[in-house]
Design a protein around this ligand. Structure first.
Ligand SMILES: Nc1ncnc2c1ncn2[C@@H]1O[C@H](COP(=O)(O)OP(=O)(O)OP(=O)(O)O)[C@@H](O)[C@H]1O
Ligand SMILES: [Mg+2]
Length: 263
């Protein structure tokens, strides 16, 4: 069996046969605020723990924002950066430091990632691109070709990649259709408001070479802990339990029917 990388969330690993196969490119997609970045942070934190070379490219948040978000889950990215185990490539702030991107061009991204890998050294590596869809914002038709290029170039460098892509809320179309076909796996995050409460879910929609779970899981983000699986959506009690008023009506209707039935 192929080697699998733990995501740092054991309950999630169990959904995908123990983890993400080495050298896969997995699309992490979903609406805003559903947990894509938090999930990616866990993946990198686990990499640091296991001694992998780790790179986190951030396009929507600053490097500091990612460090602060991680710290809220007890993950020390600052120390990992200082210790040469993690490079956070900032593509938002337009800073002058060596690990910033000046533009959202796919070639610049790939060059920077390879440079970062050479700096970190030889060996198994993890890469998060959060988000990859930012690189084709103004040219969505390029999504497929860019995803293909990223995959083709980076697998040579021993990367296992999470490629975050946004979901267009208005059309509910994946932003720049394309990455999902190229990707070896798709982890789809969702959100619904039920009973006036925001609920978040994840579903493994694809994972090549893996007998993966087909059941949507409810998830939440906990302070001090991070992304937490709450169990399969279909088994959640509130989904199967009938509200008492409804069950009363059902019983009454059954009684009525009985009365009407001929002996
Ligand atoms: N310390 C914390 N405690 C509890 N919940 C938190 C904490 N930090 C973040 N969250 C939750 O996580 C959410 C952000 O999740 P995340 O950044 O992973 O979303 P995302 O899918 O990456 O969204 P986007 O596409 O906008 O980047 C917040 O809206 C909040 O609900
Ligand atoms: Mg995010």
């Amino acid at each position: 069996m192929s080697e699998r990388l733990s995501t740092g969330i054991p309950e999630f690993d169990r959904l995908v046969g123990g983890g993400i196969p080495r050298s896969f490119l997995v699309a992490v997609t979903g609406e805003p605020g559903t947990g894509k970045t938090v999930f990616s942070i866990h993946f990198i934190a686990e990499g640091i723990k296991e001694g992998d070379r780790c790179i986190y490219v951030t396009t929507e948040e600053s490097r500091d924002s990612i460090i602060q978000q991680s710290a809220q889950f007890g993950i020390d990215f600052r120390r990992a950066v200082e210790g040469g185990r993690l490079i956070i490539v900032d593509a938002l702030m337009g800073l002058e430091d060596p690990w910033s991107l000046k533009s959202l061009e796919i070639d610049e991204l790939l060059n920077k990632v390879i440079e970062a890998k050479k700096t970190l050294g030889y060996g198994r590596a993890r890469l998060v691109i959060d988000s990859l869809s930012a690189f084709w914002l103004d040219k969505p038709a390029m999504a497929r070709r860019y995803s293909y290029t990223v995959k083709k170039v980076l697998t040579k460098w021993d990367f296992t990649v999470l490629a975050v892509s946004q979901y267009a809320i208005t059309t509910s179309d994946a932003f720049g259709f394309g990455v999902e076909h190229i990707a070896d796996g798709i982890i789809r995050f969702r959100r619904f408001v039920r009973g006036g409460v925001l609920r978040r879910y994840l579903l493994v929609e694809k994972m090549r070479q893996t007998p993966h779970s087909l059941v949507m899981q409810e998830v939440t983000v906990l302070d001090g802990r991070g992304l937490t699986l709450l169990g399969s959506a279909k088994q959640r009690r509130e989904d199967v339990a009938v509200p008492s008023k409804v069950s009363e009506k059902v019983i009454k209707a059954a009684e009525e029917r009985e009365k009407e039935m001929p002996p």
